[in-house]
Design a protein around this ligand. Structure first.
Ligand code: PMP
Length: 436
């Protein structure tokens, strides 16, 4: 059957063969390779709603969701209309447009900690710049990050990182000199004692504690009760900035992000993914007194030729406007709960131990015997079982992120029928996993 499977995706296979000669690993981002699950990546021709179509014309229920931005699904009519209107006026000017203020006002309105915002082009830039601002504002050199959290690939933050780095077993990268990461202090996620210990060991040295308020790059790892509150008070006690990297959780787990869901207010927030409505866009924001230290209002320099790009602003505005519908997050919650419960039942029936972790419309099926609350626990998952599950799902028309350590993203376009289809596929997926 392997031959059959390969020939079903002949166009993807030949597209990948060509790409491998032209780009490292054939991809523009390592998470897109199928290194952890085997086989060639599926090449996408188009997507509409919750369904993508590949180069060979095969359709899949999509849970990749471009790794988070597509909360409304693929190619929503409102976003397409906004984009074509904006494109007809010109794609970039390097001069201000009103759309930037429109999107900024929407972000500030929704996200509790954000009084002013600066747009950038990627989550990597947002986190790198927010760290620079925390250092500028405190005059301190060190930052703390959690093992398994991912804040993009900037030098100082690419240390024991999650996402593709974790999938490939390369949590830290060559090419990052020691003297750049000596100011990056590491602690386990969800461990308040370790957080206190790092502050006590480096008094007056720590500019910021950076954290994904819901770990989304080592699977889905919710904060344990009291963890975020505890970080808030430690930062207050030791005069450090609390930095929430909400690139994934912002407008995803709630309109106001994890800070709304858990009612903990950071000093600085990174946003990305959903705020760009599927176009390259991210942002960092926070209290006015901090943000006014950013150039040209203040001395901390950060810039971008395409930042606040008119097309990205238009897609972001159209997306955030839809998210003002008060029913939408309730709908996402109930769709995802239905999926999570259905997966749990079917895994149990198949006799394969899994942990279904979920916050809002982020979900992960951990092939593990006990709940996963940290990187240290995440790395013990049965990635071989995940690979078998992944491939069985793919054969039955459900496409997942090709790693145990990435979240599935559910969109407003995932309806009851697609969830049913997914659960039917999962019966085969779990049966394949249990054989490993
Ligand atoms: N922070 C978090 C929490 C993320 O999930 C990601 C991307 N997965 C990033 C930062 C980096 O964003 P980008 O890939 O846009 O650089």
């Amino acid at each position: 059957t392997d031959l059959n499977v390969a020939s079903r995706r002949a166009a993807s296979a030949s597209a990948f063969a060509r790409a491998q000669d032209l780009m490292p690993g054939g991809v523009s981002s390592p998470v897109r390779a199928y290194k952890a699950v085997g086989g060639d990546p599926v090449y996408i021709r188009s997507g509409k709603g919750a369904v993508v179509t590949d180069l060979d014309g095969l359709e899949y229920v999509d849970y990749v969701g471009s790794y988070g931005p597509l909360i409304l699904g693929h190619a929503p009519d409102t976003v397409l209309a906004a984009l074509s209107k904006a494109a007809a006026r010109g794609t970039t000017f390097g001069m201000p447009t009103e759309a930037e203020s429109t999107l900024a006002a929407m972000v500030i309105d929704a996200v509790p900690s954000v009084e002013m915002v600066r747009f950038v082009n990627s989550g990597t830039e947002a986190a790198m710049s927010a760290i620079r601002l925390a250092r500028a504002a405190t005059g301190r050199p060190a930052i703390v990050k959690c093992t398994g959290c991912y804040h993009g690939h900037s030098d100082a933050l690419l240390v024991e990182a999650g996402s593709g780095a974790l999938t490939l077993g390369q949590p830290s990268s060559p090419g990052v000199p020691k003297d750049i990461t000596q100011n990056t202090l590491l602690v386990p996620f969800n461990d308040l004692e370790a957080a206190r210990a790092v502050f006590e060991a480096h008094p007056d040295q720590i500019a910021a504690f950076a954290v994904e308020p819901v770990g989304g790059n080592m699977g889905c790892v919710p904060p344990v009760e009291g963890y975020l509150e505890g970080l808030r008070s430690l930062c207050d006690e030791f005069g450090a900035m609390l930095l929430f990297d909400e690139v994934m959780t912002g407008f995803r787990v709630a309109r106001g992000g994890a800070q709304e869901l858990y009612a903990v207010t950071p000093d600085l927030t990174c946003l990305g993914k959903v705020i760009g409505g599927g176009l390259p866009c991210a942002a960092y924001g926070g209290r006015r007194d901090l943000m006014e230290q950013v150039a040209p209002a203040g001395p901390m320099y950060q810039a971008g030729t395409l930042s606040g790009n008119p097309l990205a602003m238009a897609a972001g505005i159209a997306t955030l406007a839809e998210l003002e519908n008060p029913d939408l997050y309730g709908q996402l919650e109930s769709t995802t709960r239905q999926l999570a419960e259905g997966l749990a039942t079917r895994a149990e029936r198949a006799g394969v131990p899994v942990q279904i972790a979920r916050v809002g419309s982020m979900l992960c099926v951990f092939f593990a015997e006990s709940p996963v609350l940290s990187y240290e626990q995440a790395v013990r998952c049965r990635t071989d079982r995940f690979a078998a599950f992944f491939n069985a799902m793919l054969e039955r028309g459900v496409i997942l992120p090709p790693s145990q350590y990435e979240c599935w993203f559910i969109s407003a376009a995932h309806d009851g029928e697609l969830i049913k289809q997914t659960l039917q596929a999962a019966e085969h997926g779990f049966a394949a996993a249990v054989e490993i």
